[in-house]
Design a binder for this molecule. Sequence first.
Ligand code: GTB
Length: 216
Amino acid sequence: MTITITAFAASPDKGRGLARDMPVRWALEEAGLPYQVRLLSFTAMKEPAHRALHPFGQIPTYEDGDLVLFESGAIVFHIAERHPGLLPADPDARARAVGWMFAALNTVEPPIVEWSQAFVMEQDKDWYAARLPMLEERIRRRLDELSARLGEAEWLDGPFSAGDLLMVAVLRRLGSSGMLAEFPGIGAYVARGEARPAFRRAFADQLAVFERSGAG
Ligand code: GTB
């Protein structure tokens, strides 16, 4: 049975690959797994049929036979656990890679999400201009720390792993901010992730959805 994931029928990111189907697509491509995509409107996401798969009425979901998953991190982990190439075989190295998956989603991503939500939802508020430098400073602190740990290494801990996949996916949300340019090592790290053939296939596929949607 072919794996099915869900994604936006018309992504608000305008094909930039910032929605959370992107790390799932990328992981499936890294693992060499064929998959199909069920595209959902914002209305369909909130209907009972989709809520049966995803309690919060969001994308992405993952279906493989009887297995239904939601949460992009859990889906990437599931793929990585069952297919070579995304988690090291050595148990200690594997545990560290899983640690980087959590670090991406729990430590690096929250200030980035808070900053982007403020940009989208609070720009018209009188506190926005005062709050923005604080939000950006929180991100810069994380980028500085991540940059110090990465150093001259290609990936965060040995070979490319699901930890790098999620970290690069999270950092890409800063693409329009100019902040990545302040940390050349991090910028180069993101570029290395984006240069991977699996990333490029995943990116092209989600971009094709946006272009076909006529939302551009
Ligand atoms: N923690 C969950 C996961 O990782 O799977 C979060 C899932 C989530 O936030 N899904 C979003 C969604 O379905 C889409 S990806 N939103 C609709 C809703 O909640 O009603 C988040 C996202 C959306 C848009 C952009 N963008 O335009 O740049 C980036 C990221």
